[in-house]
Design a protein around this ligand. Structure first.
Ligand code: PLP
Length: 426
């Protein structure tokens, strides 16, 4: 029996006796809010909870409009549609992200252009963006990945110079701030996800943020079968129709609405978010300070322009040379065994990703040969994304950052233990 838990040794954390903080978080206020919706009979359809949440979220992000929708995938698609992006257009996206960032571009018949990321933040590399611009480029979708912020100064500067739209993919960044401005308020549209793992969640859901009145009206119609808003409802809310008319549809679209149950949960979750973000941030700063003392462990670079962090997952970079050549997969397994939590790699690079396979679309989506070639992910070279995924990335659920300061010491202690006993795994 070795010292390491993966070899039968004593783990640094007995998770049965001391479980990590649970996720999702909820309390009696969520229960009350859900029951209120249940008893009201207004379960969906542009109801009062949805309007309340949209107003509160817009206020929180510091924009004029927030428009809720079914999830953080369709919010990207509708954002592209609202900006008129489609056939013949190119949209620049990072090669290291959840597949939806690029897949949504294909869903509007445009071409995702995959570019590399910065090795110390894992966010889109502005120099790679600049190099990828062609006369067909219409938009950039920076993703604020895990605990990092894309360099929004550089991205907005490039966008201004080349007259491009910026859609911020903020699926990981509810409440993060760049020079005092919230994620989702810097680009033309912000897109958020409320899927279960996200730090503001209703199980599923999403929201789009913008300061542009016209874009907001289009987004609102696009998520609601193309209906045009008819102003605030008078008197009792109509349980069937909300406050949207069926006459004079002004955009062809589908149904991407959220329900009142989701909105009710989101209103409650939003009250907790600022304190949770602060706690995750304090803990991550402390954990970074402990981990950076261990050779071969590189915490993510915190840009000093980030005035408030919003961690979705805690991640760091690993260098096996300092761990006696121990491959990162084995390191992750050993860490998971010590801590009793899942320890994962980053997303797969999109040029080699099991879930991003545009050519599996049925033949009738093949607009033409040129388009088919253009959307082939394999044509893009993403050496930094590939290295991060294959050799360096270590990520954990953000729930660990809701723990105590002592628990951060336990995480760092587990990494140090593997460093000290790496030879056991060779
Ligand atoms: C970066 C990013 N963009 C978009 C999405 C899509 O969000 P959803 O799962 O709500 O469709 C996700 C979800 O994980 C994501 O991580």
């Amino acid at each position: 029996m070795g010292k390491l838990a993966i070899n039968g040794g004593m783990p640094v954390r007995d998770v049965k006796a001391h479980p990590w903080p649970a996720w999702p978080v909820w309390d009696e206020n969520d229960e009350r809010a859900l029951l209120e919706v249940l008893h009201s009979g207004v379960w969906s359809y542009n109801g009062p909870k949805e309007r309340e949440f949209d107003r509160l979220f817009a206020e929180y992000v510091g924009v004029k409009h927030a428009v809720s929708a079914a999830n953080g995938t369709v919010t990207l698609q509708l954002a592209l549609e609202a900006l008129g992006i489609g056939v013949g257009d190119e949209v620049i996206v990072p090669g290291l992200t959840w597949q939806a960032t690029a897949a949504s571009v294909i869903d509007v018949n445009a071409i995702p252009i995959l570019v590399d990321v910065l090795e110390d933040t894992w966010c889109i590399d502005p120099a790679a963006v600049e190099a990828a611009i062609t006369p067909r480029t219409r938009a950039i979708i920076p993703v604020h990945l895990y605990g990092s912020f894309a360099d929004m100064d550089a991205i907005m500067e490039i966008a201004r110079k080349h007259d491009l739209y910026v859609i911020e993919d903020c699926a990981h960044k509810h409440g993060g701030e760049w020079k005092g401005e919230k994620a989702g308020s810097i680009g033309h549209i912000g897109s958020f996800s409320f899927q279960l793992s996200k730090h503001l969640t209703a199980g599923e859901g999403g929201v789009m943020t913008t300061d542009d009145d016209e874009v907001a009206e289009r987004l609102d119609a696009l998520r609601n079968c193309g209906r045009r808003p008819e102003g605030e409802p008078e008197g009792e809310v109509d349980k069937g129709a909300g406050h949207y008319g069926d006459e004079g549809n002004f955009i062809q679209s589908g149904n991407y609405r959220i329900t009142e149950f989701q909105a009710a949960i989101l209103v409650e979750g939003l009250k907790r978010l600022p304190a949770q973000n602060r706690r995750r941030d304090e803990n991550a700063i402390y954990l970074n300070s402990l981990l950076e003392k261990i050779p071969g462990v590189m915490p993510m670079r915190r840009d000093e322009r980030e005035t408030a962090e919003a961690y979705f997952n805690y991640s760091f970079r690993y260098r096996k040379e300092e761990f006696k050549g121990l491959p990162v997969e084995r390191f992750r397994e050993a860490l998971a065994a010590e801590l009793g939590v899942d320890v994962e790699p980053s997303y797969e690079p999109l040029n080699d990703c099991a879930l991003y396979v545009p050519h599996t679309k049925p033949a009738r989506y093949r607009l033409n040969e040129e388009y088919w070639k253009a959307i082939d992910p394999k044509r893009f070279d993403l050496p930094v994304c590939t290295r991060i995924y294959r050799e360096e990335s270590v990520t954990m659920h953000h729930k660990v950052l809701l723990g105590s300061r002592e628990e951060m010491e336990i995480i760092a202690g587990a990494v140090k233990k593997i460093y000290d006993h790496a030879e056991e795994l060779m």
